[in-house]
Design a protein around this ligand. Structure first.
Ligand code: ADE
Length: 229
């Protein structure tokens, strides 16, 4: 069982690359893919670059070219839920695209014909995450993650995403990875550690906390890899 582990930015995969063994690097489609082993398992690690299009491309290549049979995403997010503070972890039960808008044709936000507003992640992988959290005495929130090609640093936009999608956190890749994995029948899992609260000062918080939160998420993912059968 080959596992894909992806992030969006170098900082999100560097803590993974520091801990895996037998790294083999392949350049493909303007990106670098790292085949490696961890806890006796085959993994393929890559960062996509930021945003839904790059994330879709990378997820597709991890599955179609490298033969990954499950996909785990590790990275950072902006908090919407007041329960979430910097460094806290959230797993997505469902993912939606907050910037997908054909409401002019009578459709709800986040919906296009033959798609779904919200795509659910894999229950087995979510349960593994809960086991890791219990073993490490960590609080793990489970909720909706909203994805869009926007860095949200605006309390009005954040309030709109909460009202429209009932989302707990937001980021820029998860739902596009969900669309790809769902179409290709690949179980997937999205984990995020909070780097900011998507308010007007989100840019400053992101710069300060992104590296630390990315590492919290990556370390958690590796604990999960150990337990995945
Ligand atoms: N990822 C981390 N923080 C974010 C934010 N505020 N907006 C979009 N993506 C993010």
């Amino acid at each position: 069982m080959k596992l894909a582990i992806m992030g969006a930015m170098p900082e999100e995969i560097e803590p993974l690359l520091a801990k895996v063994d037998n790294i083999k690097k392949t350049e493909y489609a303007s990106n670098i893919y790292y085949e490696a082993t961890y806890a006796g398992k085959d993994v393929v690690i890559a960062y996509s670059k930021i945003g839904k299009v790059f994330a879709s491309l990378t997820a597709t290549i991890l599955i179609e070219k490298f033969g990954c049979e499950r996909l785990l995403f590790s990275g950072v997010a902006g908090a919407i839920s007041p329960d979430l503070n910097i460094g806290d972890l959230i797993i997505a039960d469902g993912l939606c695209q907050h910037d997908l808008d054909i409401v002019a044709f009578g459709h709800p936000y986040g919906y296009v014909p033959e798609g779904e507003v919200c795509i659910m992640s894999d229950v087995y992988l979510r349960n593994i995450a809960k086991e890791v959290a219990t073993a490490r005495s960590l609080t793990l929130k489970e909720g909706i993650i909203a994805t869009g090609d926007q860095f949200v640093a605006c309390s009005d936009r954040k309030a709109w995403i909460l009202k429209t999608f009932n989302a707990d956190a937001l980021e820029m890749e998860g739902a596009s990875v969900a669309v790809v994995c769902n179409a290709l029948n690949i179980p997937f899992f999205i984990l995020r550690a909070i780097s900011d609260t998507a308010n007007d000062d989100a840019g400053m918080d992101f710069d300060e906390f992104m590296v630390g939160s990315a590492k919290i998420s990556a370390d958690f993912i590796l604990d999960m890899v150990e337990r995945i059968e």
